[in-house]
Write a protein that binds this ligand. Structure first.
Ligand SMILES: [Mg+2]
Length: 310
């Protein structure tokens, strides 16, 4: 029987990371990400977690619980000498296709960004909608990326049902893979010509999301941890839904947690590309990131724990 270890000692380190360019969403413009790193020290090992928000909220928000749990799981995976993804799910698939989020505002830049992401190897692109000129912007992306690229859109719950149906019918000829959260609760959208994904509503109404969406977007940092997210992913797959694991623009540690979860979810079956390519939006980061997508694919390091450098 292994010797009983002392409980980990926790340490919080606040951070502030600038974005490369301001990111416009239907809820406003994001320019910096503020949060904190959670370090769990135990027996010479250090487990790491990360949360957006402020350290004085620890551990009372879903993001804080995610960070605490991630630090503990990182420690446990290190003790067992396996990648975190394999701790979550022994059959985890360590190569995870990722989608690229397009951020450019002006049309020529948007076309260049879509073309560059496709050339880099991304086969799925994502565009925020419910801003001005949705159709024209999506058409520019479709043109630049070509017919083989999957294009998904995200309205962040900004539309009313009738408005959403009108926009979705207009956008459907552009071969849209899915629309994230066209309305706040996905009610009244029967007959929508584009598959519907639940995102923001998943945390508050998981049953409604399972009932009305074809795809669940799971952000473990908003669900209170990767274990909760993994349980929800299993329920979703049992209900015949697909699962898209994404970050909410964290630093390298939080993103790595989401990437390991996405790898575990792939053990349940093939899924749409995960929203893991968000590190490229940051001008600075918490550490070097071996999990950054290359050729549109995240490769989980075959190393104990999160697989991040110190
Ligand atoms: Mg979304």
């Amino acid at each position: 029987m292994p010797a009983r270890l002392a409980a980990p000692r926790y340490q919080l380190r606040p951070y502030r990371l600038r974005l490369r360019h301001p990111l416009r969403t239907s809820r406003g413009v994001i320019e910096v990400r503020e949060g904190y790193v959670v370090l769990a020290h135990e027996g010479g090992l250090i487990g790491r977690g990360e949360a957006l928000g402020f350290a004085d909220e620890f551990p009372h928000t879903p993001a804080a619980r995610f960070a605490l749990e991630l630090a503990q799981l990182d420690l446990q995976a290190q003790r067992e000498g396996i990648p975190l993804a394999r701790l979550l799910e022994p059959r985890a698939v360590l190569t995870v296709p990722a989608s690229a989020l397009l951020c450019a505002e002006a049309m020529p830049e948007l076309a260049r960004e879509a073309h560059a992401a496709t050339a880099e190897g991304y086969s799925t692109l994502k565009l925020k909608v419910a801003t001005a000129n949705d159709y024209a912007r999506a058409a520019v992306v479709r043109d630049a990326a070509g017919p083989a690229t999957r294009l998904r859109i995200d309205a962040n719950g900004a539309w009313e049902p009738a408005e959403a149906l009108r926009h979705l019918r207009e956008l459907a000829p552009l071969q849209i893979e899915l629309c994230e959260q066209p309305t706040p609760d996905l009610r009244g959208l029967a007959g929508a010509p584009i598959p519907l994904a639940a995102d923001e509503m998943v945390a508050s109404d998981p049953d409604g999301a399972l009932e009305r969406a074809q795809i669940l977007v799971l952000k473990p940092m908003q669900l209170g941890g990767v274990m909760t997210a993994l349980r929800l992913a299993r329920r979703a797959v049992q209900h015949g839904l697909s699962v898209v694991v994404t970050t909410s623009l964290e630093g390298a540690i939080g993103r790595a947690g989401a990437a390991h979860l996405a790898a575990a979810v792939l053990a349940l079956g093939a899924q749409p590309a995960a929203g893991l390519a968000t590190g490229r939006l940051l001008a600075e980061d918490l550490c070097a990131d071996p999990l950054a997508p290359r050729g549109g694919v995240v490769r989980i390091p075959d190393q104990p724990g999160l697989g991040l450098p110190p």
